[in-house]
Structures are given as structure tokens and as C-alpha cells.
Write a protein that binds this ligand. Structure first.
Ligand code: SF4
Length: 354
């Protein structure tokens, strides 16, 4: 049995307060039968995993200007897509993005399938993304549960079981509210409520469309929910990055292995990243200078500190790893963030480095 009164209150709120997003079709237009392009919903959902709407918007606009359809993206060069993705992080997503676009073109005639089970078979699409595409792009009654929805459901029902054990209970709560009519708007409405009203700190209960039935509001527990098992502190790993510039200005870079962290992205030759002292032979013989400052970056599971070694080399330099990229072709913006941090530290020691 759907809880229709609560759902109706939320949809009324969404009709007035829906956030504008470049991939979204506003509720007034959806009511007239317009649905968003599944390609744009898929792309936005993949970009939004682990990333905020604010961070994603510019990337989304660049991607869709350069590759307006899934067929355009499927035909793109891998390096171009990885370059456009640089800075968004979680680079396995970009590799799967390309794989998925190519499967959609090869096996589905360039159209995303509407149903959850078929979407789940596509590369890089897990249960959350499949539900989001089905619901938002095809208006299928799937329940979409992200971090915002978990928080709202934990508060609405005053659920104190800590995450992740609480997930089944939170999904059941969200499912019980998913309507047969307008499920796509409902999914987006709960996410908007969590992002703008039922925020992690200081929820604005006074203007919330669910302030009446909300159990956590009544019990005064909202700011403490959802409960989470405390995370272990992240370890720190160490590494070395070698930045070499040839006398014609060319810069030594290597494309990383497809598998693993930052797979398929451009980066500096260097060591593995480990918790002990870093060791690696330089990519060529040179007078390497160690910079005083390390590049620091936080990944999901560890902190990284990279020692930066810089060298100027002559035209005969023959690296054992990587290739010299001509100065005119080198675009720091196409490096992943940690590699760009290394470049920002090294650039003062390089010629014509902008
Ligand atoms: S009343 Fe407050 S705690 Fe409850 S759903 Fe609304 S914003 Fe969240």
C-alpha cells in the first residue's frame, strides 16, 4: 500500500521547489509528457557518484557539447574521454562510461533499455544507477536510494540502526512511498529534499513538506540521524613522482595501466604508493632535484604524499618509461587532480611552463 498523502505532499513541494539541473526536465514539462534523454540521465548519474551537483555541472556541459549522443561518445577516442574526465576522480567510472556507451550502440541500437534488469547488465551500472535511469528517464516505479534518501528516510521514521546495516530498512521505507504515478519526479523530489531541506546538519524542519509525519522531528533526534559506524582513520601512503622536461620544452608523461587507481589516465612516472618508504628508479639518468614540498592528496581509502623530483634533460634523453609530450600538446587540465598538484609544485622549476 503506497503512502499516498505523504507522497502527494512531497510532489506538491517539488512542483514549486525542484532544483534546475542541465539534465533535468522540470516537473511542469514532465506533467505534459516530456521525459529527459536517457543518455543525459545516465551520464549525469555516473558523474554524480561520489561527486556533487556543483562539481559535475561544468563537466556535464562539456561532455554533452562534445558528444551530444551516446553514439558520439561511443565513437570517441579513449584518451579524449579520459582527458575530459580529468579532475572528476574515480577514473574507473570514465573507463566504464566508454565501455557502456559502446555496448549500448553495439547491442541496443544506440538506445538505453528502459528496464532495470537490462540496465544492470551494462558496464558500470549498478543497482542505484539502474533504478535512477529507469525511474527518471522512463518513469518506471523503481525506488532510488542514495545518501540523501537514506538520511531522509532514517529521520522520517526515526530509525537508529547504524548504516550500513540499516540499508534494507531504509530501502523498504523509501519503497513504501514510491508512487505508481510520477515515480521519476518522486525519486528526484526525495533527493532534492535531502540536498536542500533535510541536510546533514541543521535540517530546515520548519519549511519541510514532511514536518507533520516526521518522527525524528517530533523526537528531536533529526541532527543525529542517520547513525553510522565510525570510519577507521585512513592510512598514509608515500610515493615519488618524476617530472622531466626536455630542452625543447617537452614533458615526460606516461599513460597509467588501465586497471587500478587512476587507470588509463596520464601521469608522471614514479614509484608505487605504499605505506613504507617509497622506492623507484628514475625513468632516466639526470640531475634530479627534490622539491621541498610534497604533493598531498586524499583518496577514498588513504592519504597520499608524493615526493616530487624534477630534472631538465637534453634532446638525447631516452626514458625507460613514458613518452615526451611536446610542450604545445601538454595540457595540465587533462591530468587527474593528484598529478596536477605535482605539476603545480614542479612548474616553478620548469622552463616556459605557463
Ligand atoms: S521534518 Fe526535518 S528531519 Fe524530518 S524529513 Fe523534514 S527536514 Fe528532515
Amino acid at each position: 500500500m503506497r503512502e499516498t498523502a505523504r507522497t502527494a505532499d512531497l510532489l506538491d513541494w517539488y512542483d514549486v521547489h525542484a532544483r534546475e539541473m542541465p539534465w533535468r526536465v522540470a516537473p511542469a514539462r514532465r506533467t505534459l509528457g516530456e521525459l529527459p534523454d536517457p543518455y543525459r540521465i545516465w551520464l549525469s548519474e555516473v558523474m554524480l557518484q561520489q561527486t556533487t551537483v556543483a562539481a559535475v555541472t561544468a563537466y556535464f556541459q562539456r561532455f554533452t557539447a562534445r558528444w551530444p549522443t551516446v553514439a558520439d561518445l561511443a565513437a570517441a577516442e579513449d584518451g579524449d574521454v579520459m582527458g575530459e574526465w580529468a579532475g572528476l576522480g574515480y577514473y574507473a567510472r570514465a573507463r566504464n562510461l566508454l565501455k557502456c556507451a559502446r555496448v549500448v550502440v553495439a547491442d541496443h541500437g544506440g538506445q538505453f533499455p528502459p528496464d532495470h534488469a537490462a540496465l544492470l547488465k551494462l558496464p558500470g551500472i549498478g543497482p542505484y544507477t539502474a533504478a535512477a535511469i529507469s525511474s527518471i528517464a522512463f518513469d518506471a516505479p523503481e525506488t532510488v536510494v542514495d545518501g540523501n534518501v537514506e538520511r531522509v528516510m532514517a529521520r522520517l521514521h526515526d530509525i537508529h540502526t547504524p548504516l550500513p546495516a540499516a540499508k534494507p530498512e531504509l530501502i523498504a521505507a523509501a519503497t513504501s512511498l514510491t508512487p505508481a504515478q510520477r515515480p521519476g519526479d518522486y525519486a528526484q523530489a526525495v533527493m532534492d529534499l535531502g540536498a536542500t531541506i533535510c541536510t546533514p546538519r541543521n535540517p530546515a524542519c520548519g519549511i519541510c513538506p514532511w514536518r507533520g509525519p516526521c518522527a525524528a522531528r517530533a523526537n528531536g533526534t533529526a541532527p543525529d540521524l542517520p547513525k553510522k559506524i565510525p570510519k577507521k582513520p585512513k592510512p598514509t601512503r608515500h610515493g615519488i613522482a618524476y617530472v622531466a622536461q626536455r630542452s625543447d620544452g617537452a614533458i615526460l608523461l606516461e599513460r597509467r595501466e588501465d586497471r587500478g587507481l587512476l587507470g588509463g589516465m596520464l601521469g608522471w612516472p614514479g614509484s608505487d604508493w605504499a605505506e613504507g618508504a617509497a622506492r623507484a628508479a628514475p625513468p632516466l639518468d639526470a640531475d634530479w632535484q627534490t622539491l621541498n614540498e610534497e604533493a598531498r592528496h586524499a583518496f577514498t581509502h588513504f592519504h597520499l604524499r608524493l615526493r616530487v623530483e624534477v630534472a631538465q634533460v637534453d634532446m638525447e634523453a631516452a626514458p625507460i618509461t613514458g613518452d615526451f609530450i611536446p610542450a604545445a600538446q601538454f595540457q595540465p587540465a587533462q591530468l587527474p587532480t593528484v598529478m596536477r598538484k605535482v605539476f603545480d609544485l614542479a612548474r616553478g622549476s620548469l622552463r616556459n611552463s605557463g
